[in-house]
Design a binder for this molecule. Structure first.
Ligand code: AMP
Ligand code: MG
Length: 416
């Protein structure tokens, strides 16, 4: 058996960066920046008002109330014609450029309008309610580094900088194939005895979509060597990576193995991990191929440990691993010390007498075919090779594959 870390190192070093392209801003979500982004503009581009109110000279408000002459009104999208001088004010809306001569804004709530004049009732300091040009981002500064993942907020910042076509690594196109005579598609009607529904493609399609990859669906192929070979070759030609499930273990019908040995340079490993011990990796016509086991939980674990970080690396992301947090394991677990074991747990963040922290409980059934545990759970409790158990209440590492869902409407009713 190969240690997981060794196997993963080999996989990660064998994949290549996808080409760099320019994309429309709206298509850049979840992609990685191929170069650092340096601002060529100030954000905000001009000094403006943070409030609806009156642009004034702060010195005029030292003693209040004070009456100032209102020179004009300026709305967002317009500029004042004149300047503020001592004893005067310009009525201003949020986002309008601060008029020349003004150095502060008195919010409208602290004023009383009297037509040509305004009564100022609050003292303001220099710069009060003023947003300075470049106060968010200064022209010339590096805003984002190379390899940073573009989130919704990143998109908005890029828009604020006028970057309509960011330079990113191309989205990976990943071909997926389910294998096995017993496997039928979800829309394939009633199951015959001995058949099971294909859960691996729906799982993989969603996992890939979530990380910003595109999918080429090669469907389901029975245990038929010629057809399997045809589809894998098709996938290798059409996609940046191929992911198969099933057919890589010891069974008699483990054809994937046989075929890959014929058409590509693919190695079959026994990885010292549980679940997902059998795993194949290599290249078919230059395209990386991940041969995942058939059991759905093994599929997710092998995807998370090998395919996801490798694909994120190909797509140029700097951060490629799921976050891990330390947590206590209620009930404990005993594991095979020869393997790195990924137990499905529900992790919650709790307040205890010793402070806040993460707490996890095993999700009932831990067999590698029990899919429901993956849906209920949100993390893997990772017990490394060399460790045989975690005691009740003992410390473990929680790899979060999903953060706990948000609070409900009912729970929020108690907020104060
Ligand atoms: P295999 O690695 O092909 O021997 O498959 C291992 C186990 O996973 C068997 O019980 C298969 O029936 C099951 N399996 C294989 N592919 C799928 C799939 N696409 N969806 C659900 N279960 C599967
Ligand atoms: Mg099979």
């Amino acid at each position: 058996m190969r240690p997981l870390e060794d196997a993963r190192r080999d996989v990660l070093s064998a994949v290549e960066l996808l080409p760099i392209i320019e994309v429309a801003l709206d298509d850049a979500h979840r992609l990685a920046l191929a170069t650092a982004v340096v601002a060529t503009d100030d954000v905000p581009p001009f000094t403006n008002s943070a409030m609806d109110g009156y642009a004034v000279q702060a010195a005029d408000t030292a003693t209040v109330p004070v009456e100032l002459k209102v020179l004009e009104d300026v709305a967002a999208g317009h500029s004042a014609r004149g300047s503020v001088v001592a004893g005067t004010a310009i009525k201003i809306m949020t986002g309008a450029p601060l008029p020349d001569g003004a150095d502060a804004v008195v919010r409208v709530e602290d004023t009383e309008s009297a037509g040509a004049t305004v009564l100022i009732k609050a003292t303001v300091g220099l710069g009060t309610a003023v947003r300075v040009a470049g106060g968010d981002v200064q022209s010339g500064t590096e805003v984002f580094g190379q390899g940073e993942t573009i989130t919704p907020a990143h998109l908005a910042v890029l828009a604020s900088l006028g970057l309509a076509r960011p330079v990113v690594h191309r989205r990976a196109v990943v071909a997926i194939l389910s294998t096995g005579d017993e496997v039928v598609a979800v829309d394939g009607g009633a199951l015959q005895p001995s058949q099971i529904r294909d859960t691996n493609r729906p799982l993989l399609r969603a996992l890939l979509a979530e990380m910003g990859a595109d999918v080429v669906d090669l469907g389901i192929v029975g245990d038929d060597a010629a057809e399997m070979r045809r589809r894998i070759e098709q996938g290798a030609a059409d996609a940046d990576a191929v992911i198969t499930s099933g057919g890589v273990s010891m069974g008699e019908y483990d054809l994937v193995k046989q075929i890959l040995a014929e058409i590509g340079s693919v190695e079959f490993w026994k990885v010292a991990m549980q679940p997902a011990k059998p795993f194949a990796f290599g290249h078919v016509s230059g395209t990386p191929l991940f041969g995942l086991p058939g059991n759905p939980v093994s599929v997710m674990v092998a995807f998370e440990q090998f395919a996801r970080p490798a694909l994120l690396k190909m797509m140029g992301h700097r951060a490629i691993f799921r976050p891990r947090v330390p947590g206590t394991l209620i009930g404990g677990v005993s594991t095979d010390p020869a393997k790195t074991v990924f137990s499905r747990v529900v992790a919650t963040h709790v307040a205890t007498h010793t402070g806040d922290g993460w707490q996890a409980r095993l999700v009932g059934e831990q067999s590698s075919n029990v899919l429901s545990a993956l849906a209920i759970g949100n993390a893997f409790a990772v017990v490394p090779r060399g460790q045989a158990d975690v005691a009740d209440g003992g410390l473990t590492s929680l790899e979060m594959f999903r953060w706990p869902s948000t609070r409900t409407y009912e729970e929020a009713q108690n907020d104060r």
